[in-house]
Design a binder for this molecule. Sequence first.
Ligand code: C2E
Ligand code: MG
Ligand code: MG
Length: 644
Amino acid sequence: MPDSLHPLLARQLRKLELSAAATPASQAFGLLLAHVSRAYADFDQERYLLDRSQDIASSEMAVLNTALRESQAQLSSLLSLSSDWIWEQDTQGRFTFVSQELEVRSDVKVDALMGQACGVDGPLRVGAEEFLSLRDSVARRRRFYHVNFQVESASGAVQQMSISGEPLFVDGVFAGYRGVGSDVTVAVAAARRIEELARFDGLTGLVNRNMFMEELSRTLVRSERYDRRFALFFIDLDRFKLVNDNLGHLAGDALLKTIGLRLKKLLRDADLLARLGGDEFVVLSEGCCDPGALAKIASRLLSAIREPMDLDGRRIEISASVGIAVYPDNGGDALGLMQAADAAMYQAKGRGKNTFEFFTLELAQRAARHFALEGELRLAADRGQLQLHYQPKVEASTGALIGMEALLRWNHPVRGLLAPGVFVELAEESGLIVPIGRWVLHEACAQMMRWQAEGRAPVRCAVNISVRQIAGDSLLADVQSALRSSGLDPALLEVEVTESMLMADPRQAEVVLDELAALGIHVSIDDFGTGHSSLAYLKKFPVRTLKIDRSFVMDLPGDHENLAIARAVIAMGHSLGMDIVAEGVETNEQYDCLVNLGCDVLQGYLFGRPVAADTMAQWLGDSDGFRRLHARHPWALSGFVDCA
Ligand code: C2E
Ligand code: MG
Ligand code: MG
């Protein structure tokens, strides 16, 4: 019997009430017990070693864990400075880990991502193209950057996330991806808004000019390929400026929005409606292009616009003019078609507004003529083809030549002497009127000084100013420079501004005219009675003279309405301390009548047509001779037709 059995074995023997002494084959049994006891001891030893190694392992693990926690804490604190979160994905692209920063940085829960993979559909949605590129990166085990996916937030709102990742290898075997992610919801929304602003009109939400032109080009390509036609409707509101000026810009904006909505409602989904800017809209319609159908659409557009609307508690009615151009009949490219529709729209405006007009061959020819004329006009000043003619203004009571108006002429090498009616509008449209107007100012001032130098009696000379000059920013400087370089007394210079020009932008006109008046220049309103101005406005302008428009003088004294208008204008002008000039006086009867009504100054063929400078020089030098030209009209107030 061994001396010391393994305690566990000894206990088991005691339980069995066995003792080494009690057994017959005690020696063999003792040997067996000794073996078993040693096996127990060996087992103890192994377990001890195992436990020991486990202890070591777990303490090492604890150290490693602490280190990991520390590094994660460091990473977290770094992440807290950024908008990012970290993640891991398995080999199938499913999120296996997402850091808590996701929940801090966005409204999305970690659970919304865990176990999910990005896909074209499913809870983590990626755009089709982006998905293909992601799949390609993963297949090649390459890094990917800024892959955007959509996911729902806890509240159900769609959020935009962006992830960048690198492949993960364990012992050289691909184990998935890990990387960073960020919430880009705000950035994506901002980018979309920027894109929208670049393509849509902020006020009406309609397509803007840029996008319309792109769409028009695409439609052109399609139409050419499939041999199809389409129509453009160019819509321009009539007198929209008056709404803006009288009711303010907010009301103007509200009006444009309403018109946009009405047009949208009226058109088919397939029609493209855009706002080109200001009060211009355009419709691209790929439907039927026969003139009858197009006319019907245009009339419907016009009546939708004409419906009265409430603006600021006021009932407003506005009309529009519409120009129609058809592809390919009226143009083969985007610009040509737009120009054709625009030209047709202008034609409609010219025909009295609230109407539509088709682009025609005649319009095309006129446009071509305009184009050629514009090119020639550009060179006219440099080639010395511009001239000023001067028309006398006479004092009603004495017949004395007391002033003149400088009127522009173009001595065209082929077409001869052209009146402004042929080219001034073109000069205004093209902006050429600004340099031409500058030339007119310089030439008129210089001519006055040449006459003074020749000893002619100084009289005031009026120069016509265009709306473009009023709207631009060089008029004051141009006038100052003309006065300075000629040395003319500002009191001898007069500017004539038409009434409609003042009403186009009354505030701007007021500023400009105040500046001119401050220089000592005489300001007159031309073509008075045609521009719908109000007395309230008139009082604001530093105006010294009203020129009654020729259309009111024409039928005097027979036309009672014109007579009443002429009488009212004279009374009103005088009450505001202004002089009254009557334009276009051609007959003795008109002359008599106007003198009788109290008109101060007269201008017209009866006293003298616009003449070249040398003729005017003779008249200036011989005032009696000038009066003798009108000897048939004794400058005495006797024998007049009684109009008063
Ligand atoms: P406006 O300023 O009202 O000039 C008067 C126009 O009436 C002139 O036409 C003149 O020749 C014409 N006229 C004068 N008396 C009579 C008459 O008794 N009977 C008839 N039938 N006509 C008469 P014109 O020279 O053809 O000028 C037309 C318009 O062109 C001018 O109208 C003015 O608005 C514009 N214009 C002329 N010169 C210039 C210029 O230098 N710059 C600008 N911006 N416009 C100009
Ligand atoms: Mg004039
Ligand atoms: Mg006039």
